[in-house]
Design a protein around this ligand. Structure first.
Ligand code: GLV
Length: 341
């Protein structure tokens, strides 16, 4: 039997490529070239599966041009690069990499919160520039973390893990806003109180954004929300760049309307808005929320296992992004039974 062919769109751990190679004919990209879309489509010809990393757009036009494709496995929990309805309509399975990165990404949210509140980047740059020649009473004074109010916008798995750190580790008063309120036992576990979005921006000393990004919540944080924040407060974004109006944020930071911001994600990344890089009161990191070695390995293995599970064994270990919709669409009992929880 000829082997099924898959494409691995970006460089990945060699052991993960080797595992995929045991089941498929694999075209890889260990040079890590960012292929123009036409080239990506050309390389997808004849491929039944693709390993993506969150940056490759899968939409109706691509699916039409790649009729052999059966599954796209994202090595990311976010999947705003997928047009899920188009994938379902084309009968293509969409998988992401949830759970395995929850704690590591929450660690990063907390790292940015602390670095921003305690002005870490700014003070380190000052020291490295040789400007430190005396101690002064107010040098790089920031805000306290312990005992302050932590506001979380987006209370999914990562949001709840950030809340646990704040409540149990730092004695913070945790408030949150989410599309829907959490079940009482989850609120209790996170020690968090539900508030309106406006109250969250008014009351929090430190805000963390952990929402999945979609067209509906584009710039969900803009000038109006930032204007509600306390002058001593900070905001961290570990979701997606498009959640914040970066120009409005940069203007508020430049005018010291808030204490600082910590950003791991950017609109149009890897390009970073020059209005942000020009500022001192912002901590900037290059989308490294899940970047610990064990977690990145777990994410890559999960994406690979999804490809192997679906294409080789005809089943996934857990429901995927669109397995239910796909099952409904196909109205195929054998398909739904083959998706094991
Ligand atoms: C990272 O941003 C992810 O979505 O996994």
């Amino acid at each position: 039997m000829t082997q099924q062919s898959i494409l691995v769109a970006r460089a990945v751990f060699p052991e993960v490529l080797a595992k995929l190679g045991e089941h498929f004919e694999v075209e890889s990209n260990q040079e890590d070239t960012i292929w123009p879309r036409e080239e990506f489509i050309r390389r997808l010809q004849g491929k039944v599966g693709v390993f993506t990393t969150g940056g490759e757009r899968i939409d109706a036009a691509l699916l039409k041009a790649c009729p052999d494709l059966k599954i796209c496995a994202n090595m990311a929990v976010g999947y705003n690069n997928f047009d899920v309805p188009a994938m379902t309509a084309a009968g293509v399975m969409a998988t992401n990499a949830p759970d395995v990165l929850t704690e590591t990404t929450a660690d990063m949210g907390f790292t940015l919160l602390m670095a921003t509140a305690r002005r870490l980047s700014e003070s380190e740059a000052y020291l490295r520039a040789g400007q430190w020649n005396k101690w002064s009473y107010d040098m790089f004074c920031g805000g306290d973390i312990h005992g302050s109010t932590l506001g979380i916008l987006g209370m999914g798995r990562i949001g709840r893990a950030v809340a646990r750190r704040g409540a149990h580790g730092f004695g913070m008063n945790v408030i949150y806003h989410n599309r829907s309120r959490l079940a009482p036992e989850l609120e209790q576990e996170a020690n968090a109180r539900y508030v309106s979005k406006q109250d969250l921006f008014r009351q929090a000393d430190h805000i963390v954004l952990v929402l999945p990004y979609s067209a509906e919540n584009h710039h969900t944080v803009g000038a109006t929300e930032i204007a509600l924040m306390k002058p001593t407060s900070t905001i961290v974004n570990i979701g997606r760049g498009g959640l914040i109006d970066e120009n409005a944020l940069a203007a508020a930071l430049a005018a010291n309307k808030i204490l600082g911001a910590g950003l791991d994600v950017f609109e149009g990344e890897p390009r970073v808005n020059p209005a942000l890089t020009a500022l001192k009161n912002v901590v900037l990191t290059p989308h490294i929320g899940s970047a610990s070695v064990p977690t990145r390995k777990a994410m890559a293995n999960l994406a690979a296992d999804n490809l192997i599970g679906y294409l080789v064994h005809g089943k996934l270990k857990r429901l995927s992004i669109n397995s239910q919709a796909l099952s409904n669409r196909l109205n195929d009992l054998s398909f739904s039974l083959s998706v094991k929880l």
